[in-house]
Design a protein around this ligand. Structure first.
Ligand code: SF4
Length: 50
């Protein structure tokens, strides 16, 4: 279980200073429902724009 999620998406509701994710839990899926082969092909579904 990840306890220390670093994230640079600073326009997310859950983003906290120091590039920390403050969400209780996050859901990450493969981009566009395809089989991911690289990190670029994954996507945080918990993201909420502010
Ligand atoms: S919910 Fe996802 S996008 Fe938002 S800060 Fe956490 S890891 Fe980043």
């Amino acid at each position: 279980m990840a306890k220390d999620v670093r994230c640079e998406v600073n326009n997310c509701l859950y983003w906290e200073s120091g590039n920390q994710c403050g969400a209780e839990r996050i859901i990450v899926k493969a981009l566009n429902g395809k089989k991911a082969e690289h990190s670029k092909e994954t996507d945080c579904e918990t993201f909420e724009a502010v």
